[in-house]
Design a protein around this ligand. Structure first.
Ligand code: GLY
Ligand code: MN
Ligand code: MN
Length: 370
């Protein structure tokens, strides 16, 4: 136990050092990390209100009194400062290290927060660097998951699948979409999820033509497709899966659309392995759907990365330039949506390996009529 604790501590230390080493060798540049997920990634400390101030040599986690004790007990790769006056502390660190350029996360900091920061540090002469360099530096680290991160996502997926398997007993004519969403969330939490990955999508009948339809009072009817796009949150990490089921019976058109989506999904999955460009995965799925005559009804991208955020790098779209490498976690989720009729989406979340992928999802994908 002690040895694995030391190893985890060392890995956390390396994670922070790796980012710090990318800052200017002059030592005059610092990174200000304020987004919840990036702070969680770097320190493994969950908090909703904190700031990492990282220099080439040392990292500080600034928290207010509410998080002080918890942070001091668990953060091992940054010195915890429980501040009273936030900007005084920032200015003090800027002066202490002679920082001239402060990198911020341009993708998550609001314009208001940035302007306030600029005005508060003006007297030090330090400038806020308004570009996406810091976003990219962290994203490059986060895009490849560690064994421990992958284990958490496996667990999130396992909870999701166990909950859905139990819920399927409830999917009958007369049950409301909102009841399915509520029950599913309850089951996930009962099984150890800390929450849901996103507002669960449990939609039926005509509403399945809306890729992100919101569950409401609509009741399941015989002949419906029911789409579950669902995921659990486990120790900060997300899972993401979609399954579409038929209720009672299926028409020829429903079967044709389902089989086309399944073929697109399976063929795109076959492409997944280290060294492949993300856009090739998208193109593979899209070509199959286009060739079947449904191209105009598949208008979202084929997938996305998943981790501490539900949607993160790499993006599996026609414009996805990322070359996949081992440890990246992506979804493969083509769909066909016929307005006013029905839709089908099938989604798995997989970890890329050197010769293929590990599929987190294990639930069957052939058409099931409940
Ligand atoms: N659940 C959202 C998505 O599949 O991207
Ligand atoms: Mn999904
Ligand atoms: Mn997804």
């Amino acid at each position: 136990m002690a040895a694995s604790g030391e190893l985890e501590k060392f890995q956390k230390y390396i994670k922070m050092k790796k980012l710090a080493s990318k800052l200017s060798p002059t030592g005059k540049e610092a990174a200000l990390v304020t987004s919840e997920t990036n702070i969680r990634y770097l320190t493994e400390f969950p908090n909703s209100e904190g700031t990492l101030f990282i220099t080439r040599d040392k990292a500080y986690l600034l928290v207010d009194f509410r998080y002080g004790e918890a942070a001091q007990n668990s953060v091992t790769n940054a010195e915890v400062i429980v501040y009273s006056r936030y900007y005084d502390t920032i200015n003090e660190l800027i002066e202490r290290y002679g920082i001239c350029d402060l990198l911020i996360e341009s993708n998550s900091m609001t314009v208001g927060s940035m302007k306030l920061l600029e005005s508060k540090i003006e007297t030090t002469g330090c400038k806020v660097a308004v570009n996406d360099r810091l976003d990219k530096l962290i994203s490059v680290q986060r895009i490849v998951k560690s064994k421990a991160e992958i284990e958490k996502m496996r667990k999130a997926q396992q909870i999701t699948e166990e909950a859905l398997t139990e819920l399927l007993n409830m999917v009958k004519p007369g049950v409301k979409e909102s009841e399915l969403a509520f029950e599913l969330e309850y089951l996930m939490r009962r099984k150890g999820a800390s929450g849901v990955s996103f507002d669960l999508i449990t939609i039926t009948g005509k509403k399945t033509s809306m890729p992100h339809g919101v569950p409401g009072d609509v009741e399941v009817q015989d002949g419906d497709f029911v789409t579950f796009d669902i995921g659990a949150l486990y120790d900060g990490y997300h899972s993401d899966m979609t399954r579409t089921y038929a209720v009672g019976h299926v028409s020829d058109e429903q079967k044709k659309v389902y089989d086309t989506v399944l073929k697109a999904q399976l063929t795109a999955l076959e492409k997944v392995k280290a060294g492949v460009k993300a856009s090739d995965i998208d193109r593979t799925a899209r070509t199959i759907i286009e060739d079947a005559g449904y191209g105009e009804y598949f208008r979202h991208s084929t997938g996305h990365g998943v981790g501490l955020d539900i949607h993160e790098e790499p993006f599996v779209s026609l414009r996805g330039e990322t070359i996949l490498s081992g440890g990246m976690v992506i979804t493969v989720e083509p769909g066909i949506y016929l307005p006013g009729k029905f839709g089908v989406r099938i989604e798995d979340m997989v970890a890329v390996t050197h010769d293929g992928y590990e599929n987190f999802a294990t639930l069957p994908k052939e058409l099931i009529v409940l």
